[in-house]
Design a protein around this ligand. Sequence first.
Ligand code: SF4
Length: 305
Amino acid sequence: MSNKFLYNQYSTFIKKHFGERVQKISLDGGFTCPNRDGTVGIGGCTFCNNDSFSTATKFRGKSITWQIDNAINRIGKRYQTNKYIAYFQTYSNTYGKIEQLKSLYEEAIKHPQIVGISIGTRPDCVNDEILDYLETVSKRCFLTIEYGIESFENETLKRINRGHLTETSTNAIIATSKRNINICAHMIIGLPGENIDTWVGAAKTISTLPITFLKLHNLEIIKGTAIAEEFIQNSWKLQTFDEYVDSIILFLEYLNNNIVIERLFDYSPSEMCIAPAWHYDYTTMVNKLRFIMEQRKTYQGRHYK
Ligand code: SF4
């Protein structure tokens, strides 16, 4: 595999920024989500089962320091890393009182091996008070707010019971960028009712926004979710691996090449996942994608204007 530019890789960005490899550590801050507790909705987004995308839920109730030390003991040798980013991943990690947020984030920042924090949240879970405080954090460490955007189509957001509009996402992104905070956008490729035109449109929209990092997720149907019921009853087809790869290549072609790509595939534990049937490990999937992009002589931003 050559080193030719195919897309802007997160690992390359991180090595350049820190001068060495830095690993993310997934943490559970004990939060819930307004789309589950009745504030915005009940039952959550139709695709959501937090256990499928974060190993940290099993450490709920342990202190942040305990969780960081535990993770370093488990992964430090494997990844040969000394520096880490504390990733508040489970549920909505700005959904709490400012004192609670400060206490959790500051505990993470104080850890001697933590060089940054990433905070996963919903775009309707930030306000001026939280963002003003986070602006001060971003001056002390490498801070990223990861917004679950999922789709830029209001019809889709309604169908997946997301509980907010695309305007909410855009407003949160703009308010965050005014504080010079890194923003990571999470998008799902393959939601029902969407197609290749929707995703090209999303790539064009994202390219106009002040987004630093992007995570693309293939839709997975996880046991026990509302979308699993819908999938079983309607048996609509999910994309094959090849179709998904075609979609994300086109997405990347229309994407501003300054945006750094942090993730391109999901792979939940097979015992939790009803579909799709393809279960390759992450490296295999990325290598297949890179091989196809090289064959097609294409790259991120090829059609970006
Ligand atoms: S995906 Fe995020 S916002 Fe949606 S229900 Fe799950 S935790 Fe809440």
